[in-house]
Design a protein around this ligand. Structure first.
Ligand code: CA
Length: 226
């Protein structure tokens, strides 16, 4: 059965471009032109994924997101303008899964849609052993290994890696990670997150070149990519 996507976007040409391209990928696509309509369609349709513009008439995108999250954990990808970094962070804190900055490439958007639909499927299967590159993360044994060789991790390094790897593709703010992994929140505490990311990168990334797994989400936080 094909997946249903809801596009909430008031710029009609963009909404139609998205609909056309996503239908070509085999998805069923519904569109809403304002926030009120978007929220009611999200509730009625129970789509597999929502693409949500932030600047919408009648109801702001962040309020639509809040309304969706009251009832559903369906993946929500925010479509944001380049200027609204504060909104992006707020969106992730409110439970958005990711954001895509306008103007975006359709290839990038389609790739992110695939990642989040796949992740949604995998979360329900509840994998206990995750594989990425030459690494294996065994959640039962709390063990990271590379080509079968165990790698020593500090307890919080393990917990941060396990948290992100189980939520493959989803972006998190430093505050969220501090809250969920450290179970604390204090001013300046987000530095702790950065330090642990740096330690982890030394263990799982190539010494040269950009990170392949622990990705910095510009102006927001981090995400894990298999
Ligand atoms: Ca708009």
């Amino acid at each position: 059965m094909s997946r249903t996507l809801l596009v909430v976007e008031d710029e009609r040409p963009l909404a139609e471009t998205l609909r056309f391209n996503l239908e070509m990928e085999g998805y069923r696509v519904r569109t809403a032109e304002d926030g009120v309509e978007g929220l009611s369609m999200a509730r009625a349709l129970q789509p597999d994924l929502v693409l949500l513009d932030l600047m919408l008439p009648r109801m702001d995108g962040l309020d639509v997101l809040r309304g969706i999250r009251e009832q559903s954990q369906t993946p929500v990808l925010l479509l944001t303008a380049r200027t609204s970094e504060a909104d992006r962070v707020k969106g992730l804190d409110l439970g958005a899964d990711d954001y895509i900055t306008k103007p975006f490439s359709l290839a990038e958007l389609k790739a992110r849609v695939r990642v989040h639909l796949r992740r949604k499927q995998e979360v329900t299967v509840e994998e206990r052993v995750l594989e990425f590159g030459e690494f294996t993360l065994d959640l039962n044994r709390r063990l990271l290994s590379r080509d079968g060789e165990p790698i020593a991790l500090r307890p919080k390094e393990y917990e941060l890696l396990a948290y992100l790897a189980q939520r493959d593709g989803r972006a998190f703010t430093r505050d969220q990670l501090l809250n969920d992994v450290w179970d604390i929140s204090f001013a300046g505490g987000t530095r702790t997150v950065d330090v642990h990311v740096r330690w982890l990168r030394k263990k799982i990334e190539q010494p040269d070149g950009p990170p392949r797994h622990l990705i910095t989400v510009r102006g927001a936080g981090y995400r894990f990519e298999r």
